[in-house]
Design a protein around this ligand. Structure first.
Ligand code: ZN
Length: 315
């Protein structure tokens, strides 16, 4: 932690000297938004988990032997509390606020970078509001989907493990449940971090792309963040120049996605496999752009950004 703080200070100094400090400030702002969103999700998640476990424990309280039915009842409680009830408990107003803030950061960031010669006057028009609404809907979908993606199978497996006959000993059941549920919950914080990062970074980048369109920017440069120098994907994307029309298409198909799952196709992420890295290395910018692979975030916790390269020629 300490080393990180020192490193950031040194980076700040260097960037100030080369006139890029504003960009870092913006980066800090969006990291704060990410952290706040993740903290909100985790708080609700913790509350619901405790509630679910207490309720589930009550089922076993009185009986000396545990039946299959009781186990299924208890896991049903986990399912509800960590699935549909969790979605109800999440603070939608807060999500909207944080997504809007990220969007605004993106939309005004160009005007704040000293190297850019113009500033975008900031207002939220109908198009912006529709974009934020779509982003919020997608986020809520992913909150609900966490159960399906990460818990459904694990809970089903737990039931299977416990289903070796009626009349299990309390100790046996308790130990299995503790182990299984414990591992489920432990591994879960990552999901909230990645989700928060993805939705905040996407909101910010959609704001950026909108300002590019308004300002008639033709091409932009992909800038990998300094703390991501080890990211094999973004280090290969760093400094490459893409056409705004590709970014525009990505944003449009993301926002128009009927099923939030379609977002995955519209704004794809890649894992850092050898094959993927080779593909990035050997593809031209135009090829990457046509495959909708040119706009951060490009992977979990990606904090890359983009800057203006050139404007459309005004006739
Ligand atoms: Zn990145």
């Amino acid at each position: 932690m300490l080393i990180e703080t020192v490193a950031i200070r040194i980076i700040d100094d260097i960037l100030e000297q080369v006139g890029l400090l504003e960009k870092v400030k913006f980066r800090r702002e969006d990291l704060k938004l990410e952290a706040e969103l993740a903290a909100m999700f985790k708080e609700v998640w913790d509350e619901q988990t405790i509630k679910a476990l207490k309720k589930a424990a009550k089922i076993f309280e009185q009986s000396k032997v545990i039946t299959q039915q009781q186990v299924e009842q208890a896991l049903g409680i986990l399912r509800r509390e960590l699935g549909s009830k969790l979605t109800e408990k999440v603070d939608i107003k807060k999500i909207t606020e944080l997504l809007s803030a990220a969007y605004v950061l993106g939309k005004v960031s160009m005007g704040k970078i000293p190297s850019q010669k113009f500033a975008i006057e900031f207002t939220l028009d109908q198009e912006d509001k529709a974009a934020i609404q779509a982003l919020q809907d997608h986020t809520m979908y992913w909150v609900g989907a966490q159960y399906d993606l990460h818990l459904r199978q694990k809970i089903a497996n737990t039931v299977k493990k416990l289903a070796f006959g009626e009349g299990l000993g309390r100790k046996e059941v308790a130990e299995t449940l503790k182990r299984e549920v414990g591992s489920i919950l432990e591994s879960h914080y990552d999901y909230w971090d990645i989700l928060s990062s993805a939705v905040i970074q996407r909101s910010r980048m959609i704001g950026v792309v909108r300002s590019f369109i308004i300002a008639k920017v033709k091409t932009y440069r992909y800038v990998a963040m300094l703390d991501e120098r080890t990211c094999p994907i973004c280090s290969r994307m760093h400094n490459r120049v893409f056409e705004v029309r590709h970014a525009k298409r990505i944003v449009e198909s993301t926002l128009n996605a009927q099923e939030p799952d379609d977002v995955k196709k519209a704004w794809a992420w890649l894992s850092a496999t050898e094959q993927n890295i080779e593909w990035i290395e050997t593809s031209t910018e135009e090829e990457l752009g046509l495959r909708d692979f040119c706009l951060p975030p490009l992977h979990g916790r990606c904090r890359c950004t983009v800057v203006v390269e050139e404007f459309e020629e005004i006739e």
